[in-house]
Design a protein around this ligand. Structure first.
Ligand code: NDP
Length: 331
């Protein structure tokens, strides 16, 4: 039988295991023009939380009692499609099923000889592209500037920091544990990092680690951390708004400082983006990231959880910061 993970309830606040349901169905058979895919790696991502709500956004919401979806690496088990053969590894947005049928649309081949397969969900996948394009297209880094990153030890944050260093920035990050602070400084070569969970005065601590002020704020988390960062930005600062994970589970609209006076008086630019906004730049960005990986100029971390049934828990654990780098489930 084929296991499938469905959306059982729309979560209220933090998602819980009961919001998902594991069901079983027959393993499907590929018809002419189709392929049978076996799921190998599943990406769990904070943005999926937004798709669990019944609200209009840049992607349609998941439907109740239908399979969840995310970025997946799958192996072709059987092919009646001219472009794909048995044993090919493909990447794309697929359903949380052990086996599924596809007509190949939106899927592209990935090469396990170039880099480990899971990397196509992280540094060479959506999160790597988000990091590179958000930083270079909106952050506009210049040598000697200070780049501050929230959610720094995650899939996006770790790549933003390393690209920032390669482009000559001083890089500072904020994250949720002392282990992650140490990892940022040792493995990812951040100049400095702080733990927001043990820092009483965030505004002051951010000022201390960014003595020249902040020229670029790559924001992955929003909320109070971002309020404290904004108090430390320089004139002409650029603020790519990539994510707001600290607010995704809120049931009420959070209130905070009014931003207009800071943005105005600092002549700052704050711009939200969805990685797909830069779709036409994906090939060039992938080329840069692949080159740097090959030359060992960037590296990456993954937290790999084993077992299809553990996909929902791995997703929930993103909101507890249980991942270092990209959170992935190996089926
Ligand atoms: P991460 O790998 O960074 O995982 C999420 C991390 O967020 C956790 O490890 C945790 O780290 C941190 N976190 C969780 N809850 C909170 C909280 N309440 N306050 C502060 N930090 C919290 O995920 P991604 O790298 O995949 O994504 C990072 C951000 O970028 C997300 O907001 C995501 O939605 C966004 N994103 C946006 C894209 C776009 O196109 N704009 C594309 C991809 C991602 P810690 O231990 O530090 O708390």
């Amino acid at each position: 039988m084929n296991k499938v993970i469905l959306l059982n309830n729309r979560p209220i606040g933090k998602p819980k295991l009961g919001d998902f349901k594991i069901s079983k169905e027959e393993i499907p058979v590929a018809k002419e023009g189709e392929i049978l895919l076996k799921t190998i790696y599943v990406s769990v991502d904070p943005y999926l939380r937004g798709r669990m709500n019944d609200s209009k956004s840049y992607v349609p919401p998941f439907e109740l009692n239908k399979a969840m979806q995310s970025g997946i690496i799958a192996e072709v088990q059987a092919s009646k499609h001219s472009k794909f053969k048995t044993g090919d590894f493909l990447s794309g947005n697929l359903e949380w099923k052990e086996y599924q049928i596809s007509n190949g649309q939106g899927l592209h081949k990935v090469d396990e000889n170039k880099v480990k397969l899971s990397a196509y969900l992280g540094v060479l996948g959506m999160t790597g592209l988000t990091a590179y394009l958000g930083l270079t297209e909106i952050g506009l880094p210049k040598e000697g500037e200070t780049l501050f990153i929230s959610g720094a030890a995650g899939a996006v944050g770790t790549i933003v920091g390393q690209v920032g260093k390669l482009l000559g920035c001083k890089v500072v990050g904020i994250t949720g544990s002392d282990e992650k602070v140490a990892l940022l400084k040792s493995k990812f070569k951040f100049d400095s990092a702080i733990n927001y969970k043990t820092t009483p005065d965030l505004k002051e601590a951010i000022k201390n680690v960014s003595p020249n002020g902040i020229d670029i704020y790559f924001d992955n988390v929003g909320g109070e951390i971002s309020d404290a960062v904004l108090a430390n930005i320089n004139r002409y600062a650029r603020l790519p708004v990539c994510g707001a994970i600290s607010l995704y589970n809120n049931t009420k609209v959070a209130l905070g400082p009014r931003l207009q006076p800071i943005i105005l008086t600092k002549s700052a630019t704050m711009r939200g983006f969805i990685v797909g906004d830069f779709f036409e730049k994906f090939p060039a960005a992938t080329k840069h990231l692949t080159g740097w990986l090959r030359e060992n100029k960037i590296t990456f971390s993954e937290t790999i959880i084993e077992g299809f049934d553990n996909i929902p828990q791995a997703f929930i654990d993103l909101f507890e910061g249980k991942n270092e780098g990209k959170m992935i489930v190996k089926v």
